[in-house]
Design a protein around this ligand. Structure first.
Ligand SMILES: [Zn+2]
Length: 373
């Protein structure tokens, strides 16, 4: 019964076209929220912009211990340029595969969270309880969770499960990121008289060289390795016969635990005195020591499903946890969900229905362990 439900519920969620941009998560959020309410949860909605709806739902509470948070995002990425061979919104199946945009990333994860919650709807009185956080606008900058973290709606949580696609392998965190534009100003002049101008592209070029050889001077993290820096965009100039008066480069830095973003940004500013930095994303790394008590119990729970004792691994992508941990500071956090990471953002995205069903069991076991029920 619950097996069929996990697939059916994922399929229902796939039917909401929450493609971001523009997002429009409201209907999907209300659908999930109504279900949680029916199961006895106290449900709050938050819209940081029109139709950009997140859900916070809680059940149970105790003085002694904070609740367990289970979180996922409702938005999905665009379909992409390549044509799909399956309907992206109908939840077509083939063998073990359930197809659809957002099947792996991450409506299967959201469905599994919801069904695990349903299983405990009558059992959480006088226990630490759970808080479910379903976010809008995760894709492209974790905007929904950033806004949510500025409200009081999140309350407390003592540990967190992020249902992003990991094939049910428990991951102990992910890198942080700092994304910014470095803008350079020059003085325009006719291309035949460059001596009368100041070339903004030359300034940017000197900065590029420094960025390419930037030394983070940090130790290698035992699991995440080293921080990285990539220049992703460059813009400048209007026409070939003029001295450009403006140029801009877009930089994406991925950080590891132990790095201080403020110090890092200061270092970049000192290195590029000519540049005006416009920082548009600043999210810390997420990391829980693999030998932490709760993480070890999660590893034990996952062990039969992954077929071996899980090793300490981290996710290649960012998650909402970076924002939610601003409120749930110190909560051990596992990234763990039924989707296939390799399928995220792909044409003909699918998830494994077997993993989807297993993830409901895994989440149920994690809730039972946290709430001792
Ligand atoms: Zn995702």
């Amino acid at each position: 019964m619950s097996d069929a439900d996990a697939v059916a519920l994922t399929r229902s969620l796939l039917g909401f076209e929450t493609v971001n941009p523009p997002g429009r998560e409201r209907d999907c959020a209300r659908y999930a929220g109504a279900m949680l309410q029916e199961w006895g949860f106290q449900v709050d909605y938050h819209e940081y912009a029109d139709s950009r709806t997140s859900v916070v739902a809680r059940l149970g509470a105790s003085q002694k211990k904070a609740p367990l948070c289970l979180t996922g995002h409702l938005d999905i990425v665009p379909l992409g340029a390549r044509p799909w061979t399956k309907d992206p919104f109908r939840g077509e199946t083939d063998g073990d595969r359930l197809y659809g945009r957002g099947s792996s990333d991450m409506k299967a994860g959201v469905a599994a969270i919801l069904l695990a919650c349903r299983a405990f709807s009558k059992k959480l009185n006088n226990t630490p309880g759970i808080v479910v956080v379903l976010t809008a606008a995760e894709e492209g900058g974790c905007i929904g969770s950033r806004h949510l973290a500025q409200t009081r709606l999140l309350g407390k949580a003592g540990a967190m499960v992020v249902g992003e696609p990991t094939s049910n392998y428990p991951l102990v965190g992910h890198k942080g990121s700092v994304k910014f534009y470095a803008a350079f100003k020059g003085v325009g002049a006719h291309g035949s008289m460059p001596e009368l101008g100041v070339n903004a592209i030359y300034k940017a070029a000197k900065a590029l060289d420094k960025l390419e050889h930037f030394d983070f001077q940090t130790k290698k993290h035992p699991v995440m390795g080293r921080p990285t820096l990539n220049v992703g965009t460059i813009e400048g100039g209007n026409t070939v016969n003029a001295v450009p008066d403006a140029a801009r480069i877009g930089v994406d830095i991925r950080t590891v635990p132990g790095m201080n973003h403020e110090v890092l940004i200061e270092k970049i500013k000192t290195m590029l005195p000519d540049a005006e930095l416009e920082i548009f994303s600043d999210l810390p790394p997420v990391w829980t020591a693999p030998d932490e008590d709760w993480m070890q119990r999660v590893f034990e729970i996952c062990r039969p499903y992954v077929g071996e004792a899980p090793a300490a691994r981290t996710a290649p992508y960012m998650t909402d946890a970076a924002n939610l941990l601003k409120v749930y500071a110190g909560a051990p956090t596992v990234v763990l969900g039924p989707g296939e990471a390799a399928m995220a953002h792909q044409t003909d995205e699918y998830c494994s229905m077997q993993r989807l069903r297993q993830s409901v069991e895994i989440y149920e076991k994690i809730i039972a362990d946290w709430c001792r029920v």
